[in-house]
Design a protein around this ligand. Structure first.
Ligand code: ADP
Length: 161
């Protein structure tokens, strides 16, 4: 099995993402975790912070962590990789993922998207919700890796560790 690109915002990395990465590595020799730089979105963590958090949480030589701007299909072409890995949590993910996969295939017919179901412990976990709960002082321990938990706590305590 060759390589796959796992694209996303990862703002921040959650245990749901990690579960997908670990299971993706059973299917692919190499995974490129590709952070989408979206100038229209105001992220909680900078790209550099997000890359560092992923690097600290996933220590595997088969993982490349990278970022890209613009169309995923252009990035895929540049990397010479045709397979995209995406996760499905609930039915609500399906419609958007279905549109995205088909749009990518329309833009470049040789692109294939492989979907993996989330681990049953993480089907309700999204970066969005994690950010919201953490910002309100809720405990997201167990939903994100320990290094991300630390960064979230620092972020929401005004930078104090
Ligand atoms: P997006 O900004 O498109 O939501 P994310 O960075 O949140 O991207 O997620 C990237 C990919 O990881 C998406 O395919 C998303 O469905 C998947 N994903 C996110 N959270 C989970 C989870 N808890 N379990 C499985 N897949 C997930």
């Amino acid at each position: 099995m060759p390589a796959a690109i796992y694209p996303g915002s990862f703002d921040p990395l959650t245990n749901g993402h990690l579960s997908l990465i670990q299971r993706g590595l059973k299917m692919f020799d190499r995974l490129i975790v590709a952070l989408l730089v979206n100038p229209k979105k105001q992220p909680l963590f900078t790209i550099e912070e997000r890359v560092t958090m992923i690097r600290d949480a996933v220590n595997d030589p088969r993982i490349e962590i990278d970022s890209f701007q613009g169309l995923l299909v252009d990035y895929a072409q540049k990397k010479g990789v045709n397979t995209m890995l995406r996760g499905l949590r609930a039915v609500s993910d399906f419609e958007y993922e279905f549109q995205l996969a088909n749009m990518n295939r329309k833009l470049r017919p040789d692109i294939e998207t492989v979907f993996m179901m989330t681990g049953e412990d993480y089907f309700y976990v999204s970066s969005n919700l994690v950010r919201e709960v953490a910002s309100l002082g809720g405990n997201v321990e167990g939903l994100v890796p320990p290094n991300v938990l630390k960064k979230l706590k620092a972020k929401y305590s005004g930078g104090k560790p």
